[in-house]
Write a protein that binds this ligand. Structure first.
Ligand code: SF4
Length: 348
């Protein structure tokens, strides 16, 4: 699942061209970059490509509302990528943008510069949540942009955010179901982090918004990961890309450098707990998992062992010789269902 890992050269274009003020957004803190210009992008690419890159390298314009830029500005960025596309040192371009920034007239330009993948910042499929958070687009616009891109041969990614102000369990369920229905080529899940200077930070200080912390967001995002695995939708990132600047700006909500690992640990914990429930308390069990999942199955500071212990079970975790996942106890061996395979490559 997720296909072969592609090498990415990322360029972040904070805020540029964006007239909106989404409740959660401080693009500079998220990207960890100052103001970008086409000249700076050209220089960054020159430096990046002074080292050898694999033939399938993709140049990515992340961080802003790429297709909302003034046409000349967007072309100037794409021109910076052109020499690497023409010489074959880069294979394609990717960008992230807003759903309402995708219109038919933009597609020829994207094709000309070999844009292969477009990631849409959906955040939510609830119109109420989108409006409350100042997104300035509707769920219908997400779907329109999605189908326009897909029907024109682009790979389409979606980005969603969990724990937005005003979001109910029903809103989140609607978002998850909508993602499954659209079946994007990739998904990013961002648990909401409150950054200083954003509307969300103000609402938090005023007491009208209580952000969800790491533990609560793990409980929300782990099942979404499992669901996407069942649906065959690659999740290429869970949680904001960590940086020192981001850490300085975060004043609340969920920010953890290994958030996806925490979610995967939670899935092992729950799946083993379901299998253990078929045995009486006091049972000693052996949980066998693929070698690369050993630390996830144990949990941070072996917390899963403690959790199963509190349920009344003594569990030993080991690497399975055949790469499978199962729980063995009292002469029985129970395969763990819905194993999440962490094979979707993380991208910046
Ligand atoms: S659309 Fe919203 S999230 Fe995107 S750059 Fe503008 S304010 Fe930030």
């Amino acid at each position: 699942m997720g296909g072969p890992r592609r090498h990415i050269v990322p360029l972040f274009i904070p805020h540029e061209g964006c007239p909106h003020a989404c409740s959660f957004c401080d693009q500079r803190a998220i990207s960890g970059e100052g103001q970008m210009t086409p000249a700076k992008a050209a220089e960054a690419l020159r430096q990046a490509f002074s080292f050898p890159h694999p033939a399938d390298t993709e140049i990515a314009f992340f961080g802003g509302s790429f297709t909302c830029l003034a046409r000349g500005r967007m072309e100037a960025y794409l021109e910076a990528a052109r020499p690497y596309l023409e010489s074959g040192r880069a294979a394609s371009v990717r960008c992230s943008t807003r759903p309402d920034g995708v219109a038919p007239d933009i597609l020829p330009l994207l094709r000309e510069y070999r844009v292969r993948t477009v990631e849409l910042g959906a955040q939510s499929f609830s119109d109420r949540v989108l409006a409350l958070n100042g997104r300035g687009h509707t769920a219908a616009q997400i779907e329109n942009a999605f189908y326009l891109l897909r029907q024109n041969g682009f790979a389409v990614g979606l980005q969603i955010m969990t724990g937005l102000p005003g979001e109910t369990a029903e809103d989140l369920a609607l978002t998850v179901e909508s993602v499954c229905r659209l079946h994007p080529d990739m998904l990013r899940i961002y648990p909401a982090a409150v950054l200083d200077g954003t509307p969300m930070a103000r609402w938090m200080r005023e007491g009208t918004f209580i952000p969800k912390g790491v533990e609560e967001q793990v409980s929300i995002c782990a099942p979404i990961l499992a669901r996407m695995e069942r649906e065959g939708i690659p999740v290429i990132r869970v949680g904001l890309h960590p940086s020192a600047e981001l850490e300085r700006k975060v004043v609340g909500g969920c920010c953890h450098p290994a958030f996806k690992e925490l979610c995967l640990s939670r899935l092992w914990r729950e799946r083993a707990a379901s299998a253990l429930a078929g045995f009486p308390a006091g049972t000693a069990a052996e949980l066998s998992v693929p070698a690369q999942a050993l630390s996830q199955a144990l949990g941070q500071k072996r917390e899963n062992i403690g959790y199963w212990g509190r349920l009344g079970y003594r569990v030993r975790v080991s690497a399975s010789p055949d790469g499978g996942a199962y729980l063995a106890a009292e002469g029985r061996k129970i395969p763990l269902r819905e194993e999440y395979k962490p094979d979707a490559p993380a991208l910046p």
